[in-house]
Structure formats: C-alpha cells, structure tokens
Ligand binder design. Structure first.
Ligand SMILES: [Zn+2]
Ligand SMILES: [Zn+2]
Length: 362
C-alpha cells in the first residue's frame, strides 16, 4: 500500500487542571525509524481523571496534554527505515518511552527510566487523530484480535508486571483488593499461576457481575478476613486498601501495591503486622517493555480475554459524559469505558456488542 496522509482532526486536550476541550490537532509525519498510528479505541481510567483534575504527581505529567494512554489503532504511515509494519496493521503501542541509554533502561527496567516519558502523561496521548512513535514501541495484534481488546493491553501489562515481581506458588490463596478494571484484570491474569482461590474485595456491590466475568471465585464488599491470604494484590489505588491488604495477608505472605493512591496521600503502616507476620511488601510501577511484550502475546494467543470487562463505549465528542460516568457511582456495573474514535469503521467490529454510552445520540 502507498503511504497515507498523516491524519489530523479533533483531539481531547487537557489544557490544565480542570480544563478539557476538543481541539484541532495536526499529526507529525514519521521520521525514518518511526510509525504513525491512527488511534481507534482509547480506554479511560482513574489516572486520566487525576490528570484532568490535577491530582497526579506533577513529576509524571505536563500540560497541555492530549489525553489517552490505553489504546489501539492502525498503522497510517511508516518511516523509510521501518520494514516490519504495513499501512493498516492493527497495533498497540508501549506508552513508556524509555531512553534506552540510562542504567535502568539498559538493565531492562524501562519502567524506571531516568528520563521518564510516557504517552498520555508527559507526551501527547491517543485521544486524537494520530500518534507518531519509534517503531520499537509498536506491537502488532494477531488477525482476529479485536482492536477494542487491544485498548486493554496497557492496564493488563501493569497487572502482569506487578504479579511477576511476586513469587506466587501454585495453590495460593489470592486476594485482589479493588473492583475497577485493573483489579478485574488482576483476578483474570493471576490464574496463570494456578491459585487455589481468587477473591475480589471491592466497594461497589454492582461490580459482582464483572468479578464473575473476570473469573473471581468470590466477590465481597465487606472487610476481607485478617491473615487469610498468601498473596494480596492492592489494585484499588486507595490508602484504606493498603491497610486492608496488610491485614489480610497471612504470616509469610506477600503484598504487592500497584494502585496510585493520589499525590501526597499516606496510609497508616501497621508496623507490628508487617514485622510479626514477616511480610514481603512490594510496589510495582507501570510495566517494563518485557511485560508489555508478554501481555501482547497473551492477548494474541487468546489467554487474555479482556472484552467482557468493557461496559461502555462513547464517541470522542461524548468525552464529558464519559469522564462524568468514570467519576460517578450509578449503581450499574462499570468496567472499562472506551472512547471510539472511528465508530464508522465496520472492519473493526469487535464481534462483541459494546454498549453505547449515549445510544440516542448516535
Ligand atoms: Zn490507565
Ligand atoms: Zn532510560
């Protein structure tokens, strides 16, 4: 196929805290080693809300910024030195743009790059007409994998990296704290370690149906039992959840924290519990390039099945309603909310009806 024009069009721009607008955005042509992607699906998450509201640690964002760090799309242009991609290829793109030369990058800890840059955080994200990136960040989706599913690779990679830093034994009793998409993905992905049970502890009773769809054995909105779990995954991003996680871990248990609790928020550390229970507590930030590649492999092979966790789809113009829904408890189950930037692209039918946020408005 011949080279296409770099797409231009409206982008969801955060001008500063509390100031979100649709703004015309023109794309950047691919340099020799780069690829231009036309985004199709962009997932929204709590971190987007923190960026919109100005609650994220300022070291990890900048304004103005095109929102969108969970996404999939199709190749629109390839640089002259790129041979592994063709126009129209369905792809996902690693958002963490490691510098590749610092000591963290060189040792594979690209999530800890000393020159942190990330699409949708410090670099313009995907809720716009195009994204131009180095080809080594681009991963092709297998034929038959819905593009909508690709938009969940980012949160799944965050989860996979966090689970990977633990030493999870087969037949472990696992507790995931949280009831959002990251927690639901954790409940699904931890099955790869053959746990005995996977319980989910959340705050919203209406999420029970999604917990079941993710494969959790039990879902509760009550305080989880003390000293009951070999492995506890804190995926709620709340300080109270951190305290619950430490209490719920059994002696010699492991706790991993992957939720972002908000800049400056502190949890009470139950020191005696940590010491007397001989706990191993880990943090896990974002994902490495390795975790990303593994996650894409799991999606392409069918081992990762994120589409049942998508509950809403909205067009780009409906961003205000989508952001509102993200921050409001309606009593209805809420999984991933996707912005559909190309709602008329019939070839990207996910083969699974995605509920529309505002049906009458389409
Ligand atoms: Zn996110
Ligand atoms: Zn680096």
């Amino acid at each position: 196929m011949s080279q296409q024009e770099v797409p231009s069009g409206p982008a969801l721009m955060v001008r500063g805290p509390g100031e979100v607008v649709l703004e015309q955005h023109s794309g950047v042509a691919a340099a020799a080693g780069e690829v231009v992607i036309e985004p199709h699906f962009v997932g929204l998450c709590g971190t987007d809300l923190e960026i919109v509201n100005g609650d994220l640690d300022p070291a990890y964002t900048r304004y103005p910024l095109v929102l969108g760090h969970e996404w999939s799309g199709r190749v629109a242009q390839v640089g002259t030195a790129v041979s592994e991609f063709a126009i129209g290829d369905p792809v996902v793109v690693e958002g963490v743009v490691g510098c590749l030369v610092c000591s963290a990058c060189r040792s594979g800890r690209t999530n800890m790059c000393e020159n942190y840059d990330e699409l949708g955080f410090t670099l313009d994200g995907a809720a716009g007409p195009s994204v131009t990136v180095p080809a080594h960040l681009v991963h092709r989706l297998a034929d038959g994998v819905p593009l909508a599913a690709g938009a969940l690779v980012e949160p799944a990679a965050v989860v996979l990296r966090a689970l990977g830093v633990l030493q999870i034994e087969p037949a472990s009793r696992v507790l995931v704290i949280g009831d959002g998409t990251v927690a639901l993905l954790a409940a699904q992905l931890v099955r790869m370690w053959s746990p005995a049970t996977v319980d989910l502890a959340g705050l919203r009773p209406e999420q029970k149906v999604l917990a079941a769809a993710a494969g959790a054995d039990a879902f509760t909105v009550d305080q989880p039992p003390d000293n009951a779990y070999d492995v506890v995954v804190e995926a709620a991003g709340a300080t109270a959840a951190v305290e619950s996680a430490i209490r719920a871990a059994r002696p010699s248990g492991q706790v991993v924290l992957l939720g972002i609790a908000g800049h400056g928020n502190a949890a009470r550390l139950l020191v005696d519990d940590v010491v007397n229970k001989d706990l191993r507590i880990r943090g896990s930030f974002s994902y490495t390039a390795e975790a990303w590649a593994t996650t894409v492999g799991l999606l392409n092979s069918g081992a990762l099945r994120p589409l049942p966790l998508v509950t809403h789809r909205a067009r780009l113009e409906q961003f205000a309603a989508a952001l509102h829904l993200l921050s409001t408890a309606t009593g209805e189950p809420r999984g991933k909310i996707l912005l559909d930037l190309r709602p008329d692209a019939a070839d990207d039918d996910p083969g699974h009806p995605l509920p529309d946020l505002m049906k009458g408005d389409r």
